[in-house]
Write a protein that binds this ligand. Sequence first.
Ligand SMILES: *Cc1c(COP(=O)(O)O)cnc(C)c1O
Length: 452
Amino acid sequence: MDTIQYTLPQDRIPRAWYNILADLPRPMAPVLHPGTMKPIGPDDLAPLFPMSLILQEVSTERDIEIPGEVRQVYAQWRPSPLFRARRLEKALDTPAHMYYKYEGVGPAGSHKSNTAVPQAFYNKQEGTKRLTTETGAGQWGSALAMASAFFGLECKVYMVRVSYDQKPYRRALMEAFGASITASPSRETETGRAILAEHPHSNGSLGIAISEAVEMAAKDPHTKYALGSVLNHVLLHQTVIGLEAMEQMAMAGDEPDVVLGCTGGGSNFAGLAMPYVGRKIKGQCHARVVAVEPAACPSLTKGRFTYDFGDTGHLTPLVKMHTLGSTFVPPGIHAGGLRYHGMAPLVSHVMDLGLMEAITVHQLDAFAAGIQFARSEGIIPAPEANHAVAGAVREALRAKEEGKPRTILFSLSGHGHFDMQSYIDYQAGKLENYEYPAEEIAMALAGLPTVS
Ligand SMILES: *Cc1c(COP(=O)(O)O)cnc(C)c1O
């Protein structure tokens, strides 16, 4: 029988996260205080995050130990399986070997729990009572709600309005875990009230919801803020994906020629890819590393690599990243988790170093690939993950054209069981491609902060 699943025993859950900051040929640009334009220090972030996470954010230590309590929770779904997509290979009639690391096996259905659990753990350890956060499609909110329940924290989620209305089951899941959910923009915060005054029917965006969650955390000493992507410590926690995948690829006796993941804020992609990029820097890996982003929100391929705010209300520090402008509200594509104006500074930096590349996929092509994947592999991917599938299929078809073998590894970041409305709409022919919103992006970029 041909092997299709590579599983590791529980004691092979990684003991340390891999921090690529230790191996980068050039350090990242500093995070700046928006008032003074000077680099910020750990104390500046203390109102928002527990110190252990702030120290991880700036750490240049290569291996950061995973606490035993966190590994114990990970053990419920980790190590996650690596599959060889043999039926998909056959359907595509490709000489390529296609592997996917499946993160939908966690109880909340995506890779987000890999960082929700340690974030809740460190907050609990440092005395936090309540966490606030944003969520787009609801995957991050679900993961943090679950982790908060495990560690006895209250959890308050600002959910982007369009998703709040479109995805009532995600809301119900978060509430079942004990979280309280508010549609964003809301009347609870200054940012929310200001946006509603101007746009009473605003769809909301991740940038707006982040402002609301940050504002609430900054006002209350017992409340901290948790972010589901973008920051170094989040990407760090996700490296369990790539570290496990490396062992599993060794079991399969294959080495990837190309590693792909979809990118919203960059965390599942970085989780799979950064351990490979680390090997590339040391000359131990030849794989191309490819980020796949939506054509409607193309921060890496069309954005500017410069300092910008992480949120729309301009409450966060300035970070250097690929950005479409913090006031840009992306079109309402169904991959809600990819509707972010910026890209993780770490991913942006690795791109700038020439260690990776990026491509875009239109919404309809992403769903077509997702359906083909479902019919071959039996898993309905999340709309976000469909972008990675589309990128992998593109690579497999190119291998076929060239008549050359190629080993493809991609991240299947989550399942789409709570996103079936988007599949209903797709099958009914109701989804559309959005043109690249050039004018709105130009406007948002014109408002970038000036950093001398
Ligand atoms: C949130 C999410 C994404 C996008 O976020 P990243 O930080 O770029 O990974 C992608 N896929 C799924 C399933 C998600 O939940």
